[in-house]
Design a protein around this ligand. Sequence first.
Ligand code: SF4
Length: 343
Amino acid sequence: MDFVELIAEVSEPSPPKEAALELLQRSREPALALQLFAAASRIRDESIGKTLWWSAGISSMMPCHVEPLCTYCTYFTAKSFPLDELVASVKAIDELGIRHLHLSGGTDFAGYDNEMSDAVHAIREVSKIDIEINLGPSFTRNGVRRLKQLGVSSITSSLETFNPQVFAKAKPGDSLEKRKALIETCQDEGMPVRSMILVGLGESEADRIDHLYWLMQFPHLYHLRFSRFMPYAGTDWENHPRCSPWEVARLVAVARLLMPHVDLGLAAGNSADDIPLWYAAGGGNQLLGASVSMRQGKSRKTQPGETLIPVTDRVALVSRMEHIEQFVRGLGRQIAAAVPHSY
Ligand code: SF4
């Protein structure tokens, strides 16, 4: 089939999975990828608009209790983020003009219902910021209900990879089924859902398409983020290949055709340097402008484009807003402080 016709077929509602896979595979050829990216960008502009917007992240919120820990991970923590330092961090994010925040990490199958309800209560004392929560499959149905009643904007359940063998190798103490079940629970409870794909763990292109098709069944899925595998020294995966940005960009473009109204973001393993290709491939529209972690104290060395803002004796906020704004201006686009109404 002609490539333009294939793009048109996959852009129709409920396209055959085989067509989406063929589109992804044939887009390895750069000249064809450019056609796909143009279609995906047009769909993005028409579906969710041309204005990008800020979010911020606070990570390492809770101890990770999966046993054994994921074999690629270096960012788990053994301690909870103290509430007073959490509140101070949220105030610092507010002062940057960011109106949207996600709290993330780690996982406990026994549940973090109470801990995260307490965290949301504490934040609500000082801020109206929109809150998203990502602590893996750490919430019961009642926990989802409580967080919804507290006005939490969404819960994230990242499947990371849809291939059960790859999942078992990368996350031997974790549960793909529990992660899927949390998305199903959120859908039942009318709680908006966010999810993530970790590209480059060794999954096939067919696995990636299966992953997208499984997620497409959930009308409450409103944000899907794409991590790009980074091998870290000292992990079992230190010799596994770094994922190419080309793999992520092509998958984002196919995802845009399949789920035009879903925000498609960049997650771990990507940097500001990935923004132009991501955006050209139909990604959008949320940007991570600032982040806080107990693991990035005041002594953390900044990278080019980062500003370190001390929050407490132990915690610092890292802002990348100016740097990212410059990149986005170069794309002829603007970034708004406001969160889109659809959120
Ligand atoms: S569940 Fe998340 S934080 Fe815990 S070990 Fe795995 S990747 Fe790391």
